[in-house]
Design a protein around this ligand. Sequence first.
Ligand code: E4P
Length: 217
Amino acid sequence: MKFFIDTANLDQIREAQALGILDGVTTNPSLMAKEGITGEENIKNHYKAICEIVDGDVSAEVIATDYEGMVKEGEALAALHSQIVVKLPMIADGVKACKYFSDKGIKTNVTLVFSAGQALLAAKAGATYVSPFIGRLDDISTDGLNLIAEIRHIYDNYMFETEILAASVRHTMHIIDCAKIGADVMTGPLKAIEGLLKHPLTDSGLEKFLADYKKGN
Ligand code: E4P
């Protein structure tokens, strides 16, 4: 299972990278705005800065919503760095643009996916990643994890190579549940990743080992 961090915060990306478990980064326009990164040039430079920190794939989202605009913008983003993955919204023009980029061998991430049917279309268009948003489904009383299971089932039926990137991961249990279902990738906040580290028995066990060591030395 690949671990992506879902942020545009460089310190958090560095922290996850330093842990040695980071496989990539996802961003979106909201995450960029949260860090105060605005304006085309600043945003492009920020993507480059992220690529310098991590070794893996970095999703960069297009703003255009028409096919020609997405192609133009996506090509410019892909040209920024070899690690850039063009992130496209799940709308008709996004599917067309996904097919265009996959035919050209440029990696894509189809985002804002909320149904199995949308995930099927993304795979048919040759998406590298499909991003079902589990947290946002949970927010409206719909089981986000069930969507991951449905997509896993469909992709396995036809051996689609599109990787299921569980997105909108909000907490540590989401990560564990996605791993049980067989999501290929998860993207979540640093806090959710760090939650995997914690167990009170680890802390108390370590405390006791160190205390016993001190007794004998
Ligand atoms: C995915 O690529 C999105 O950036 C992200 O996971 C959305 O998460 P949110 O629902 O917590 O905003």
